[in-house]
Design a binder for this molecule. Structure first.
Ligand code: GDP
Length: 308
């Protein structure tokens, strides 16, 4: 399996939920992963009925045989490095900006972290159907903001898509609008680097997030750096002080649409969840039993001179 792992950075109401819905819907229309899209749509519809518009933290869509994991970024406040950790799972980001409102100060913090981590941004100017849309100006404002935050020339050379997420449309050229999301999918596949997918190497995954269910107990979430792990397999949990605990993966999960799906095995490049690692803490490494090696914890140096 080939993967792309991306984060979405967006101010509230700029259309993140709508955009992900549109990507899921397109997955269905293209006949890929019917099951993915149907399940995903169902759960999102349910969430909307309950008045909850927050996305699942991890969503997966499929395009052209490539699985695209989309992670939601937390709000602008950084709780003990959460933003860095989440961004550490991905290789690029979609920066979604309202075509009328422009980039908002609240997204600055997350965007700065993304830039510092060297992530490749793709800018999506959404809601270009609004009467008061001013897409060209908003592109310029977005460029200026990124330049301000210290983006490299490569990051500033970002691809731009214009979107009406509500109608499932995204395209590169405003004079050649399209009725689908294909150009956005193609841009993600073409511009965002693919993660390593070495399944033969000893298993290694940084615990990036924790979840909990009454039935499964603690669930650890992260991107598999290398290797693969099977249901029931023994692994080492490498603690931050270098000590290790032998433990067992009860159930691996991958993501499908907005849901977590039980898998027999999960492997390099994917963003996965594992149950059974009861003692795990964020920043620890789940590693191969015979060849355990810790992953570095992601940290970002604050610039000594503020550029803003
Ligand atoms: P989120 O908070 O970023 O997840 O934003 P939502 O996806 O919930 O969208 C916020 C509002 O913007 C909703 O009322 C959407 O219907 C609306 N919206 C989303 N995409 C578009 C669009 O392309 N054009 C217009 N005019 N409105 C949109």
């Amino acid at each position: 399996m080939d993967y792309r792992n991306i984060a979405i950075i967006s101010h509230v109401d700029h259309g993140k939920t709508t955009l992900v819905d549109a990507l899921l819907r397109q997955t269905l229309e293209l006949g890929h992963g019917q099951e993915i899209a149907e399940r995903a749509m169902d759960s999102n519809v349910l969430e909307k009925e309950r008045g909850i518009t927050i996305l699942a933290k991890n969503t997966a869509v499929e395009y052209g045989g490539v699985k695209i994991n989309i992670v939601d970024t937390p709000g602008h406040t950084d709780f003990g490095g959460e933003v860095e950790r989440v961004l550490g799972m991905v290789d690029g980001c979609l920066l979604l900006v309202d075509a009328a409102e422009g980039p908002m100060p609240q997204t600055r913090f997350v965007l700065r972290k993304a830039i510092e981590l060297g992530l490749k941004p793709i800018v999506v100017i959404n809601k270009i159907d609004r009467q008061d849309a001013r897409p060209e100006e908003v592109v310029d404002l977005t460029f200026d903001l990124m330049a301000d935050l210290g983006a490299s020339d490569e990051q500033l050379d970002f691809p731009i898509l214009y979107a009406v997420a509500r109608e499932g449309k995204a395209f590169k050229d405003m004079d050649a609008p399209r009725d689908d999301m294909q150009e956005l999918f193609e841009t993600v596949l073409g511009e965002i680097p693919a993660p390593g997918t070495d399944l033969e190497a000893p298993f290694q995954m940084l615990v990036t997030n924790l979840d909990y269910s009454d039935y499964l107990g603690r669930i650890v979430i992260g991107r598999v750096q290398r290797g693969e792990v099977r249901k029931g397999e023994f692994v080492n949990l490498v603690h931050k002080d270098g000590t290790r605990t032998k433990t067992r993966v009860v159930q691996p999960f991958t993501h499908l649409g907005l849901q977590r799906i039980e898998s027999e095995r999960v492997g390099a490049g994917d963003i996965v969840a594992l149950s059974g690692i009861e003692d795990a803490q964020i920043g620890e490494t789940v590693a191969d039993l015979a060849d355990p090696e810790a992953l570095p914890i992601i940290t970002v140096d604050e610039p000594t001179v503020s550029m803003t």
